[in-house]
Write a new protein. Structure first.
Length: 243
């Protein structure tokens, strides 16, 4: 390439950038100069509306964690899941959000969409808190699996929860989960309650944080580690120290 050709390409890039920044209808995000950093990852967010969610202030976690998570993970599509007694059958829902709609200035539009994600997550949390307050983590993860959006993987799911399952099916607050054998017995009995999360990474913000007994908290972590090591679970990865 000659020096003159390089100059022409730089001039063209400058003109294209100016057009992108000044036009609200430009498709620069799809085939213009921003295409290389276009967010494409499939993502989800689970919001804990159970009693423990109120204890660790799930609403504040949404405000302080969600936007940065979406940017860091380069999320292109986002699905929303409420966690309460109902979880996978909750009537509280928010529509999937396109985080890169490819209109206007890509950077500004993407930032606005990440802010919209926070608004929707808070709205979902408020709705779900009006339903029953038990904690069906398994149901929320099943719904996250069934509502996985399109996009590149692995599926990144921000779980704004302590992940302490506490309902009539599995209650980590009262059940014996203190030994590998006891945990294995519960896991073996889950059957269809086991979420299948293949090619997925879970990012819990408050894993076992509300439990006063450190040993009990460790048992909760071991439960999820052992469950997610099974074929039935799809063997997702869980970032134990994310929060």
């Amino acid at each position: 390439m000659t020096t003159e050709h390089r100059r022409r390409r730089r001039r063209y890039a400058g003109v294209l950038l100016a057009a992108c920044l000044s036009s609200t209808l430009s498709a620069c995000g799809s085939d213009g100069i921003f295409s290389d950093d276009a967010p494409t990852r499939a993502c989800g967010v689970v919001v804990d509306a159970s009693g423990s969610g109120a204890d660790f202030h799930a609403d504040e976690r949404i405000k302080t964690k969600l936007e940065s998570f979406l940017e860091q993970q380069s999320c292109g599509q986002l699905t929303f899941v409420a966690l309460n007694s109902l979880s996978d059958t909750s009537t509280c829902n928010e529509e999937r959000l396109d985080l890169d709609p490819k209109v206007g200035d890509p950077q500004a539009v993407r930032a606005a969409q990440r802010q919209e994600a926070v608004t929707r997550a808070l709205r979902l949390l408020d709705c779900a808190r009006k339903e029953s307050h038990d904690s069906n983590v398994l149901g929320a993860l099943r719904k996250a699996a069934s509502t996985r959006p399109s996009g590149t993987g692995p599926y990144a799911v921000l779980v704004i929860s302590d992940m302490v399952q506490a309902d009539r099916r599995v209650n980590m607050l009262t059940a014996n989960i203190s030994t590998p054998e006891a945990r294995a017995a519960i896991i073996d009995q889950l059957g269809d309650l086991t979420p299948h999360l293949n090619d997925t990474v879970l990012y819990p913000t408050d894993l076992s944080a509300n439990l006063a007994d450190p040993k009990h908290g460790l048992n909760v972590r071991e439960f999820w580690t052992e469950l997610f090591a099974t074929d039935a679970s799809g063997r997702p990865k869980i970032e134990m120290n994310y929060g």
